[in-house]
Design a protein around this ligand. Structure first.
Ligand SMILES: C[S@@+](CC[C@H](N)C(=O)[O-])C[C@H]1O[C@@H](n2cnc3c(N)ncnc32)[C@H](O)[C@@H]1O
Length: 267
């Protein structure tokens, strides 16, 4: 593991990684995370389904990429481990897959050992770093990944925590610029396009608790893929992206999950 600091966990305010763990039924969260999670649930009861749909998208996109010969994965905004994790999905198809995980929340670092149990043929590594410091991420990733060969860069349910003031689109561009042709970008992102009232209320509640939520429109989401070729079926609500590659998520009907998911290929 690199980029390590002594693990200091702030339990006085909710954290996205721990709220997400709570939505997924995990145990690595604190009362403050559950309390905020319950407030989100009161605003929109689909929140736990959204978390599962998002996770299922990650599984399908990883399977799709590994099935097309991608052997290197850089996953930023990894979250608290929830099985199966990305390396398990990839290494089931390609045991030699190499995976670098990265998150800025110390609680993810505290649980990183579970992310490092991969195959003998492959490799997994964890970096504690912030997506707003792409140079640090690339420097750490180079120790495990060969950046002259294609890499799948996944930013799953991460970028809505990065406001425009922090240069979200530029940060993605800087990470992609270091990757060769044939690399892929995998993104899911929350949007207010379908449920503006609920989304506004959720954003305000989170802001009051110190969590920034930068919801983006379909057009703003699609801009993350500028210069890439979107692979079929393009920008979708996440559960409609290659549903045939996974199991349906319990509780999900055919209604709209307020988010987008897509995969693009660097030409
Ligand atoms: C909703 S969770 C998503 C976890 C996982 N990618 C998934 O989809 O299952 C968002 C994750 O992004 C991380 N995160 C938020 N802001 C970040 C930043 N600036 N740099 C790196 N990670 C960040 C959080 O700590 C959290 O683990």
């Amino acid at each position: 593991m690199t980029g390590q600091h002594p693990v200091e966990i702030d339990t006085s305010r909710p954290h996205p990684a721990r709220m997400y763990d709570w939505y997924l039924g995990g145990k690595d969260n604190y009362p403050v995370d559950e309390a905020m999670g319950r407030q989100m649930l009161a605003l929109d009861p689909r929140v736990p389904v959204m978390a599962r749909v998002n996770r299922a998208f990650m599984h399908r996109a990883t399977r799709w990429l590994a099935g097309r010969g991608i052997r290197q994965f850089l996953d930023v905004g990894t979250g608290i481990p929830t099985e199966p994790n990305l390396h398990q999905v990839a290494q089931r198809i390609a045991p030699d897959a190499r995976v670098v995980y990265c998150d800025n929340d110390p609680i993810v670092l505290a649980h990183a050992a579970a992310l490092l149990r991969g195959t003998d043929e492959g490799a997994t590594e964890y970096l504690q770093a912030d997506v707003r410091d792409p140079d640090a991420i690339l420097e750490g990733a180079r120790k495990i990944l060969d950046l002259t060969e294609p890499v799948a860069l996944s930013l799953i349910a991460l970028l809505h925590f990065v406001p425009d003031e922090d240069g979200a689109h530029d940060l993605v561009g800087r990470l992609l610029a270091a990757l060769p042709s044939g690399s892929h970008l995998v993104v899911t992102h929350a949007t207010a396009d379908f449920t503006p009232e609920e989304s506004k209320a959720a954003t305000e509640k989170l802001k009051a608790a110190g969590v920034t939520l930068a919801l983006r429109s379909r057009e703003e989401f699609t801009r993350f893929f500028d210069g890439l070729d979107l692979v079929d079926p393009g920008v979708q609500v996440p559960h409609r992206w290659h549903p045939e590659l996974g199991e349906p998520v319990a509780g999900q009907d055919d209604g709209v999950i307020p988010g987008y998911g897509a995969v693009g290929r660097k030409p």
